[in-house]
Every structure is written in C-alpha cells, then in structure tokens.
Ligand binder design. Structure first.
Ligand SMILES: [Fe+2]
Length: 448
C-alpha cells in the first residue's frame, strides 16, 4: 500500500452470534470464555454440560482461535442464580474445554441481546491475544514474509503480548542494532515534518517524550516507560498486543483508557513503509496525543460508546475512530494540522493530507460514520475537527443516538464500568458529581 500505516482496527467485528433461550427473572448475568478443538460434537457436549445444570444460555459468540490452529474460542453469556452456580459451570466445562475463564458477572439486567463487553480492567485479558491478522502470520506481500529471521523475531515479540496480563509491567525488549536503525530512519524522516504538519498538541508533548521516555533516533523506546508516562499525564496506559484486534475488542479497550500497542517493528528493507501498525506507528503517531487530556477524553468517549453496542454500531464507531484517531486533521487558527496517527507516522500521507489536493469536510459524526474508506491507499477525504473538546461533545451526542438502551460510565477508582440501569446507581453517580461540584465551587471562591 502507498500509505505506510494502517489503523489498529480496520475490520468490523466478525463474531458469529446465536440466540439460545430466555433470561431468567432475576438473573446474575455471567460471561465465560473457553476454547475447544475441532472434534466433532465437542460444542454440543459443552452446551449439554451447561444445560444439565438447568442454566439458560442467552448468547454465544464464536471466533476462530489465533493462538491454536483449528481451535475455536467461545464467549458464552448465561443467567445464573448464584455465584456457586457460575463456579459449577466452570467446573463442568473444564474437563471438556481449554482455558475456561469467567470474564464477567453482574447483577444488572441488560437486554439479553447485549453483546458481552468487559466490565473490569482484568477482563481485557480475555481478548488481548485474539487477533484477526498479522502478528505472527504475515501476508505474502509483507516485506518480511520471506525473511525467516524476521518472522522468528516477530514470533518472539508477539509471545510477550500473548502471555501479558493486567497489572504486569510490560516486558523490556532488547531491540537489535538493525531494529534500532530502522526506527532511527523513520524517526529522522518524520521529525523533520512535525513542526510544519503536526497539531500543536503533538508538538507540545513530543519534547516531553524525548526528556522522559528516551525518544530519539538511536533506540526504540520501551513501551513500559511510555505507558508510565501516559498514565501520569492522562491515565491512559499501553498494553502489548499480538496484531490486529477486532474493532469491538480494540474500541472496548479505549473505554478503560487502554491502548493496545504492537511492540514489533517493520521490516528493515523498507523502513518508510509498513502494511500494518508497528511500534513506529504507535510511538510516533498515537502516543503523543494520548498524553493530551482532551484527546484522551475524546478517545475514551468512542470506547465507552462501543460497550455492548450492536455490530452495526461498532462499525460506525470504528469508522469514526478511523477518520479521527487514525486519519484526523484539525483546524488550529488559520492552519490545518494533522492529529491522526496514520498520518503522523506516514511521511507520504502526512504531506498529502495538507497539500490541498484531498477533499476536506467538517467533522460531523453521523456523516463520518457512514463514509466508506480505502485502507490500502491515501484517503480521498478527511474530516476537520474544530478542537478535541468539540469532537468529544459531538461524539457523545452521536452516541446517544445509537441503538443501546443503557448508559455506562467508567469508574476510575475501581477501574470498572458501571451500568447506570437503576435509581440507586444513578443517585450514587449524581452524588459523586455533587462532591465534585462542591470542590469546584470551593476552588472558585478561593481563586476570587
Ligand atoms: Fe493506529
């Protein structure tokens, strides 16, 4: 492709959905994930084991496993009457399936058609190693496809993402001389363009990354150091990922202020080209913006809207993500500047997007969400945001028009998602706002 960077979420969610019965009157809605091999009848045996416990299944989603050939991963929602019953489901499945995990249990009463979504930070562990493509497997036209040394190195690095769990420090990678030189070539080329093409927020943060995270042409910065820096700035953290996640999983991560980041680098033969996100794209394109509070809020807004959204709405939100976080440009005074990571990590498209050749349109989420886009060439149209705050408000307004009959909020203290589906929860939320308002009034009075 001519555009060197592809967004981390180009594909729509692709799970297979089945409806399997009615939810009970006062359910303890629970979700588990397990893997099975392709032995004939094994899924029937698993479902029969659950049915034998007199438990109603409400939803099953299947995906081909990317961690083991011919295996399938199943996400199963069911209505239990107690936590003991949830544990009994796990016990019944363990002799039949691999990697049986509880990924969520909640007493709320969401509609039974609601797709599973992570409620706690630790729930992200269930899909971090489930990738659509790239990662260890490379397409035939990938520059490194015929290089066994590069492929082995990729496998070595992606193994870290495969075994990573919430709360762990991100393992240090001892990058080779060749890898650091590839990074240096990209770094030197792009940093000549940032002063004239990158938005002011990117330009403000970049020197801080040089000071705090060893950004420079000599060596690839470590994700762990960068993640700690972001955490201090906006609460965003990085999480290593093997390759491209589904749009649903990737966007769901943003709701927790978690950005899934690759840790491997493009092939050294073509340092200014990559057909996929790599560590150059993440560190030079994405990271500087996640250190900006308004951009962090905007990104999380898209993530929160994606929780429990329908497949159609996930596609709309992924399109908005594409035209903003990946390929967004914004107005700053009388200038137009780039803030999308796909632009800021692509020498050619960064120049092209501000050249006056492509069509520029105002950022209106409903129209953006319906816009078709190519993933293997420069974008024919870009959407211009007035500011990140304005874009966030517009996305929030757009999110209320989506087909989701409940509201959510992120509780940063517990690192969990709250479903605002009862009077008690809404009152508790209102009380937390009231406390913040009292602090605000007190601060204003003292300023006066
Ligand atoms: Fe990206």
């Amino acid at each position: 492709m001519s555009a060197p960077a592809v967004a981390s979420t180009p594909s729509p969610a692709h799970g297979t959905l089945h409806k399997c019965g009615d939810i009970s009157a006062t359910p303890l809605k629970s979700s588990i994930v397990f893997s099975i091999n392709d032995r004939i009848g094994i899924l029937d045996e698993c479902l029969a084991a659950i049915k034998a416990l007199s438990i109603n299944l409400t939803r099953i989603e299947s995906r081909p496993s990317k961690t083991d050939d011919w295996d399938y991963d199943f996400f199963v929602d069911f209505a239990a009457t107690s936590s003991d019953q949830v544990a009994s489901v796990v016990k019944a499945l363990e002799p039949l399936a691999k990697q049986v995990h509880i990924v969520g249990t909640a007493g709320d009463t969401l509609p039974e058609s609601t797709p599973w979504f992570p409620r706690k930070m630790v729930d992200l562990d269930t899909f971090a190693d489930k990738v659509l493509e790239m990662g260890e497997e490379l397409d035939a036209d990938h520059p490194g496809a015929k290089d066994p040394v590069y492929r082995a190195r990729r496998a070595e690095i992606t193994k870290i993402a495969k075994t990573y769990k919430t709360g762990m420090p991100i393992p240090h990678i001892e990058y080779t001389k060749e890898e650091n030189e590839t990074w240096g070539a990209v770094f030197n080329k792009l940093t000549t363009m940032f002063p004239s093409h990158a938005c002011r927020e990117h330009q403000y943060v970049f020197p801080l990354l040089v000071q705090n995270c060893h950004y420079g042409p000599e060596a690839i910065p470590q994700l762990d150091s960068v993640s700690r820096f972001l955490k201090d700035c906006t609460g965003f953290t990085l999480r290593p990922v093997m390759g491209l996640l589904t749009s649903r999983d990737f966007l769901n991560g943003l709701a927790f202020r978690v950005f899934h980041s690759t840790q491997y680098i493009r092939h050294h033969s073509r340092p200014l080209y990559t057909p996929e996100p790599d560590v150059c794209h993440e560190l030079l394109g994405h990271v500087p913006l996640f250190a900006n509070p308004d951009f962090a809020d905007f990104s999380q807004e898209i993530g929160l809207a994606s929780l429990g959204a329908s497949d159609e709405d996930i596609e709309r939100l992924a399109t908005i993500y594409w035209f903003t976080v990946e390929f967004g440009i914004c107005r700053q005074g009388d200038k137009i500047r780039a803030y999308g990571a796909g632009l800021l990590s692509s020498f050619g498209e960064l120049e092209y997007c501000l050249s006056g050749k492509p069509e520029l349109r105002p950022f209106e989420p409903a129209k953006v969400a319906a816009q078709k886009y190519p993933i293997t060439e420069y974008q024919p149209v870009y959407f211009v945001a007035e500011s990140f705050k304005d874009a966030q408000m517009r996305v929030r307004e757009f999110a209320t028009s989506l087909d989701r009959p409940f509201s959510v909020r992120y509780n940063a203290y517990t690192e969990s998602i709250e479903i605002l589906d009862s009077k008690e929860k809404v009152i508790r939320y209102a009380q937390s706002i009231k406390t913040d308002m009292l602090t605000l009034v007190d601060a204003l009075q003292k300023l006066n």
